[in-house]
Write a protein that binds this ligand. Structure first.
Ligand SMILES: Nc1ncnc2c1ncn2[C@@H]1O[C@H](COP(=O)(O)OP(=O)(O)OP(=O)(O)O)[C@@H](O)[C@H]1O
Ligand SMILES: [Mg+2]
Length: 374
């Protein structure tokens, strides 16, 4: 068990690519932290620097209280699970798991104890005698995780361990990783580009883009108060809607005006805006699909739109609509209480209205793309 601290960490590859910069993060002992972000943002590079598989160009990396920049990977007390789990094909599952312990000349009894215990935790005891090729993808991934568990590392690193699995298995393994974490209470750093995985697994998530950290917070924090447009759009599915709007200040009060409607902001938001002394200005307003209210008629300050796509998701509809200003908006509508008449109205080209409460509004500066409410 150990904390992991990165201070001013930077990575420049030999070809001058700056993959990671200004990376500052303190991961607490036994914390589960997820690095998430689009392809090429520097997640694997950061993880590989922690593992010792890449040199750190600048900055300090500590595991516990020890600076490990120049410590060999094998002496860092970490274990890493990769996406392509690369098991040794010619030896049994048991020997795959025992391999790293044998290299360390651990005694057979202890190896046996650790392999059996890991196999038990992962539910692969019955496959220990098999060769990897006689296993399914999910079972192989479990062996790969088992290989890391047996080392009883202080820090567990996982780089997209589920991305080779199909959607159903991935969901199942995701739940298993949550259980695994409960059973082997240690520090986890987990890399994924999948925001659902990040949200469900992480105590905290680190959202990255172009080598920079964009925001660090609990899943709830980054969902409720995204720091900038990028985070707002990245976290949440379907993605947050962005609309051009005008923030209007009257004395100490603020309202958002768009498309002929006006929504007065509640006190907490006004307070934040006042702190920053924000004046009347053009803004980008964000509202999540699940926070919109669909209306079948145009009364009550509702915004008019035209339906372009109606996606049936089972328990809900995802309605893609266009406003008069050309903003494209996705609305989420539960299907359970819809009447036949209403369903008939929800087809291509028909008018539909929507509104939203002040509480669910996010506001961004169009120039800096930073949140005005952070
Ligand atoms: N060995 C390398 N030499 C040079 N550049 C590299 C090397 N490895 C990665 N890069 C570059 O560094 C940047 C970050 O790569 P990295 O693999 O860390 O991204 P990632 O966030 O893990 O992406 P993905 O989700 O696709 O795995 C990218 O621009 C990539 O092209
Ligand atoms: Mg990667």
């Amino acid at each position: 068990m150990a904390s992991v601290t990165l201070e001013g960490v930077k990575k420049i590859y030999d070809n001058k690519v700056v993959a990671v910069q200004e990376f500052n993060l303190e991961i607490k002992d036994k914390e589960f932290v997820v690095f998430v972000g689009p392809s090429g943002c520097g997640k694997s590079t950061t993880l590989r620097m922690i593992a010792g598989l890449e040199d750190i160009s600048e900055g300090t990396l500590k595991i516990g209280d020890r600076v490990v920049n120049d410590v060999e990977p094998k002496d860092r007390d970490i274990a890493m699970v990769f996406q392509n789990y690369a098991l040794y094909p010619h030896i049994s599952v048991y020997e795959n798991m025992a391999f790293s312990l044998r290299i360390r000349k651990m005694d057979n009894e202890e190896i046996h104890r650790r392999v059996c215990q890991a196999a038990e935790i992962l539910g692969i005891t019955q496959y220990l005698a098999r060769k990897p090729k006689a296993l399914s993808g999910g079972q192989r991934q479990r062996v790969a995780i088992g290989r890391a568990i047996v080392r009883e590392p202080a820090v567990f690193l996982m780089d997209e361990p589920l991305s080779n699995l199909d959607a159903k298995l991935r969901n199942q393994m995701r739940a298993e990783i949550i259980l695994l974490r409960k059973r082997i209470d240690t520090t986890f750093i987990y890399v994924t580009h999948d925001q659902t995985e990040a949200m469900t697994l992480g105590d905290r998530i680190v959202i990255m883009k172009d080598g920079f950290i964009q925001q660090v917070g609990t899943p709830q924090e980054v969902f409720d108060t995204p720091r900038n447009l990028f985070v707002a759009g990245f976290i949440g599915s379907p993605q947050m809607n962005f609309l051009k709007a005008k923030l209007v200040r009257t004395g100490d009060k603020y309202a958002v005006e768009l498309l002929g409607t006006s929504v007065a902001l509640e006190d907490a938001k006004c307070k934040k805006l006042l702190e920053k002394n924000v004046q009347t200005k053009e803004v980008i307003m964000g509202v999540r699909p699940e926070h919109t209210v669909v209306r079948f008629d145009g009364s009550d300050n509702a915004i008019e739109s035209t339906i372009s796509v109606n996606e049936m998701m089972g328990s809900e509809l995802h309605l893609h609509v266009n406003t008069i200003a050309g903003d494209r908006v996705i609305l989420r509508l539960p299907t359970i209480d819809l009447t036949d008449e209403q369903r008939a109205q929800l087809s291509y080209g028909n008018k539909l209205y929507f509104s939203f409460a002040s509480k669910v509004v996010h506001l961004f500066d169009p120039e800096t793309e930073e949140s005005l409410l952070f």
